[in-house]
Design a protein around this ligand. Structure first.
Ligand code: COA
Length: 157
């Protein structure tokens, strides 16, 4: 498995995987992926030796130099490839990018998504809010989670 920048040629497969992973929570269509790439988002794919997409993840950056803020906009791994460390590798690559910018990271996660919540907590995220009926059409609730900027993590140690 290797990580590479998500390119336009990967979008079709990512859309198929989104539909498998998030059937009731408005899976992203191709336009959503292209908009994120147009906006300069940091998007990665996990590829097999045969160049098949096993997973993908993306980080959006907002703000101005010296005052950046980032958000994990998506992360997903094919069901048959989950539990092999791919999600961890993708998330760690996004966090490395956020640390280079010394930016805090925000995300939303379904309150019943135990494995994703565990993954985020292992990587320094904590719950800061609850958004009722955040996901549609399922109506599922989301936790907002955040991980402090690198300098703030060092001060806290
Ligand atoms: C959340 C998600 C991205 C995690 O990806 P993943 O590739 O399964 O994550 P990892 O394999 O790195 O870690 C998952 C588990 O596998 C374990 N694991 C990691 N590497 C392993 C390995 N080589 N062998 C066995 N187990 C391993 C981890 O300890 C972890 O265990 P835990 O969750 O029980 O604590 C994935 O489950 C997913 O795509 N879910 C559906 C989409 C989704 O919910 N995305 C998040 C939206 S906010």
């Amino acid at each position: 498995m290797r990580l590479e920048p998500l390119r336009r040629k990967h979008v079709r497969r990512c859309v198929e995987i989104e539909r498998i992973l998030f059937p009731g929570d408005s899976p992203w269509n191709a336009g959503a992926f292209h908009s994120e790439l147009d906006a300069g988002g940091y998007y990665l794919v996990a590829l097999t030796d045969d160049d098949e997409v096993s997973g993908y993840a993306g980080l959006a950056t907002m703000g101005t130099p010296g005052d950046w803020e980032t958000a994990v906009h998506t992360i997903g791994v094919l069901p048959q490839r989950q539990g092999e460390g791919i999600g961890t590798a993708l998330l760690e690559a996004l966090l490395e990018r956020a640390d280079q910018l010394d930016a805090p990271v925000f995300l939303e996660v379904r309150t019943d998504n135990d494995s994703a919540i565990r993954l985020y907590e292992r990587h320094g995220f904590s719950r800061v809010g609850l958004r009722k009926r955040y996901y549609q059409p399922s109506g599922a609730d989301a936790y907002t989670m955040t991980r402090p900027a690198r300098q703030a993590q060092e001060v806290a140690r």
